[in-house]
Design a protein around this ligand. Structure first.
Ligand SMILES: Cc1cc2nc3c(=O)[nH]c(=O)nc-3n(C[C@H](O)[C@H](O)[C@H](O)COP(=O)(O)OP(=O)(O)OC[C@H]3O[C@@H](n4cnc5c(N)ncnc54)[C@H](O)[C@@H]3O)c2cc1C
Length: 358
């Protein structure tokens, strides 16, 4: 068989693999991407929300001041490149449920460094009309929503048209690994990068990493004519998808039997919706995926310590849309020997540090 030489083989075309391939291509590299048809693809289930201030304590996400402008620029660049519109800047309206939450919000708005992200809610009329009112509301700014299915499908079609995309499962035992690189499915490259998301839990080459998985279920609902422009964070997130469709989610489970939607997940989300909405809706979809989580909530990136032909780009956890662009660029530079890997995201920390929390 004729073997074609490329610079990199990427396994997995979720957000991680897509962004890494994007940046490697910008550097002039030849890359082939292999994906199993998004069989276990968290990116296809996610809302793609970018939310700089999260949690009950309203804390800025790690490195968000750097990540956010980089993410925005990257998604705009991809839009231009592919001729699509996948990055939507939309405020998140956060429901506050009592005096304490409102006070915490107000206190946080006075904190240095938060003024760019927290503000007074605007254009509340439609959401107040269509939902049970909360105690108060705050508005998260510089927030956005990446249409990840559109981004992934558009890039897949683009690469397929160029013969750089293979639709198949990568079988680990069939990889031919030599000191010169890796050969697989008619392609050979000095380096292969695994971007398998939670699929990496089965990867025999990177099995000692502190990776985990958190299953999430979501509903897609049709709510005619409400025309929300914001994303609502109430008991659950409700995010507009266009065409009167809304993403509702998500559940969060560390213990799960498989990656399939469950009756309990649907019931939980439908009960939350019943608490929130004053208008009727129709259920049109119910999906599930596994978030590739890491104990210390940092990406897991690096080159295999004993097999330098193998590398991994993973651990985007619950925040792939904001973390992905910056770290894909960073790792691209490392792979091309134009920069050093930041120890905060290096797989080397897995054996040297204990878990720390955000
Ligand atoms: C319910 C839910 C809601 C979420 N909401 C948000 C959100 O609002 N904002 C946000 O930033 N993040 C969100 N996330 C997290 C986000 O989805 C992840 O951070 C991100 O998508 C991970 O991307 P990935 O490319 O690493 O993994 P994935 O998207 O899982 O992609 C991995 C790909 O590799 C393929 N693959 C795996 N193994 C193989 C193999 N052996 N051979 C071939 N192909 C293989 C898989 O099929 C898949 O296509 C959410 C996740 C879930 C589940």
């Amino acid at each position: 068989m004729n073997v074609k030489k490329v610079d990199f083989i990427i396994v997995g075309q979720g957000l991680a693999g897509t962004l890494l391939a994007h940046f490697l291509k910008k550097e002039g590299c030849q890359t082939v991407i292999i994906d199993n048809g998004h069989r276990t693809c968290a990116s296809k289930v996610a809302a793609g929300l970018i939310n700089p201030v999260t949690g009950r304590r309203l804390v800025k996400s790690w490195m968000i001041d750097e990540l956010l402008p980089f993410a925005r620029q990257t998604y705009r660049e991809i839009e231009q490149h592919l001729g699509i519109f996948c990055y939507h800047e939309r405020p998140i309206l956060r429901a506050l449920f009592n005096h304490r939450e409102e006070n915490d919000w107000l206190a946080r708005t006075a904190h240095p460094g938060y003024e760019a992200y927290l503000g007074e809610p605007e254009n509340l009329e439609r959401i107040l009309r269509d939902t049970e009112p909360a105690f108060a509301y705050g508005e998260l700014k510089q927030t956005g929503q990446v249409d990840l299915p559109l981004l992934l499908d558009s890039y897949a079609a683009h690469w397929q048209a160029q013969g750089k995309y293979l639709l198949q499962e990568v079988i680990y035992s069939d990889l031919v690994i030599t000191p010169a690189g890796v050969t697989y499915a008619g392609f050979t490259a000095p380096q292969l990068v695994f971007c398998e998301g939670a699929g990496a839990l089965q990867n025999p080459y990177f099995k000692n990493l502190p990776s985990g998985g958190a299953k999430g279920e979501v509903l897609i609902v049709h709510i005619p004519k409400i025309d929300w422009q914001q994303i609502l964070k109430h008991r659950v997130f409700i995010a507009p998808l266009g065409d009167d469709l809304y993403w509702v989610g998500a559940t969060y489970n560390w213990k799960y039997a498989n990656d399939q939607p469950t009756a309990e997940g649907a019931t939980y989300l439908q009960e939350r919706l019943a608490d929130i909405l004053r208008v009727p809706y129709t259920l049109v979809g119910h999906r599930a995926g596994i978030r590739p989580t890491v104990k210390d909530r940092r990406p897991l990136i690096g080159i295999h310590p004993e097999i330098p032909a193998l590398a991994i780009f993973n651990g985007l956890g619950t925040k792939g849309a904001s973390l992905g662009p910056f770290w894909a660029y960073h790792f691209g530079q490392v792979l091309l020997q134009k920069g050093n890997l930041d120890p905060a995201v290096s797989i080397a920390r897995a054996v040297t540090t204990s878990a720390e929390e955000d």
